[in-house]
Design a protein around this ligand. Structure first.
Ligand SMILES: NC(=O)c1ccc[n+]([C@@H]2O[C@H](COP(=O)([O-])OP(=O)(O)OC[C@H]3O[C@@H](n4cnc5c(N)ncnc54)[C@H](OP(=O)(O)O)[C@@H]3O)[C@@H](O)[C@H]2O)c1
Length: 327
């Protein structure tokens, strides 16, 4: 576990092993292009009628149907949405991938919760970029990269870890950090962070802050700027300098206000709620709830999307969008 040293990564190489990248969305495009630019043989597999086929060809990569791509490959990177992976694995990959091949995941969910059971002769690897596909590609093109997490769930060939390191290096993760983890740790921390902090926590915090100000009679436009737009400035500063230096650089008023009030908002009960949701994730209860939601056609997700679109924040956003130049 921990950061993998440069010495170990120096010799990592996929050699003449062929990688089939299934899917050409956020991660699929970025990974296929980075792999190809690193000298790896790549074929992109897409379903019939894919709107992304033209893009693959414009990008100068080899394109094939899903089944044909798998038949040519030594490693198959499953870069289609997590909920589509179990069926694609059963229908397309498992019957065709050669003996001793490898499955490469960008997120541990389907292996950790056993929605996919890899054939016994296959390696199952995780190479999870610590950012969105667009960043993975842009940083690689700029000569640097983003960190990546690697893990092995099944080592059928004795080569699983070497393959994971070589894959991570070809994506450019060695330029920043390749960190060894497990499928369980990557999955549970990723789900926790998006639920408690990045998506669930942050959007509730923004809405609650905005609503508190508007209910108290302040103008929605001022509330919108204060509670939503300025999030980007803070996030950029935190990303660049860390929390401690951010607190040193903001005004004394802001720093003292945060000291008094931050723990009143995220208090003991919020921390207890975080521990509870982490327990739900670790015990698989969140995964069960997600499966039930998707089996029902996603009604709660659809209702939430409609609610968010109808929120007064969106009306302010549309008004302001109309009255200022596009960035
Ligand atoms: N989004 C990120 O930046 C990010 C970050 C870290 C990890 N990950 C992980 O990376 C993996 C891929 O996520 P993503 O966000 O890159 O996916 P995505 O952009 O939603 O994937 C879109 C691609 O998947 C194809 N696809 C969708 N459903 C399919 C199906 N049923 N059968 C075959 N192909 C199908 C689409 O086909 P068409 O071309 O036909 O539309 C398209 O090419 C996931 O495991 C995710 O957790 C993603």
């Amino acid at each position: 576990m921990g950061i993998i040293g440069a010495d170990e990564l120096r010799g990592a190489n996929l050699g003449d092993q062929m990688v089939a990248v299934l899917g050409y969305g956020s991660q699929g495009r970025a990974q296929a292009l980075n792999l190809a630019d690193s000298g790896v043989q790549v074929v992109v597999g897409l379903r019939p009628g894919s709107a992304n086929a033209a893009r693959v060809q414009r990008d100068g990569l080899r394109l094939a149907a899903l089944d044909e791509a798998v038949e040519q490959a030594d490693l198959v990177a499953l870069l289609i949405p997590d909920e589509a992976q179990p069926e694609a694995y059963e229908q397309v990959v498992a019957p065709r991938l050669r003996q001793g091949g490898a499955l490469v995941f960008a997120h541990g969910f389907n292996i950790h919760y056993r929605h996919i059971h890899p054939r016994a002769d296959l390696d199952a690897l995780l190479v999870a970029p610590s950012g969105i596909g667009e960043q993975l590609r842009a940083r690689y093109e700029a000569g640097n990269g983003i960190a990546g997490f690697v893990a092995v769930d099944q080592d059928a060939t004795g080569q699983a870890r070497a393959r994971a390191l070589a894959f991570a290096k070809a994506l450019g993760h060695d330029r920043v950090a390749v960190i060894e983890t497990t499928f369980a740790e990557e999955t549970e921390t990723d789900l926790f962070a998006e639920q408690a902090v990045l998506v669930g926590g942050l959007s509730e915090l923004i809405e609650a802050g905005f609503e508190t100000l508007v209910e108290a009679g302040y103008q929605p436009e001022i509330a919108y700027f204060s509670c939503l737009e300025e999030v980007k400035l803070m996030a950029d500063m935190i990303h660049e300098r860390g929390l401690a230096d951010m607190k040193r650089r903001i005004s004394t008023t802001a720093a003292f206000g945060a000291l008094l009030s931050g723990p009143r908002v995220i208090d003991r009960s919020s921390r207890a709620a975080m521990r509870e949701l982490l327990a739900d994730i670790a015990a698989g209860r969140f995964a069960q709830a997600l499966s039930a939601e998707m089996a029902a056609g996603g009604p709660r997700l659809e209702a939430e999307a409609a609610r968010a679109r109808a929120h007064p924040l969106e009306a302010v956003r549309r008004r302001l969008r109309g009255s200022r130049p596009r960035e």
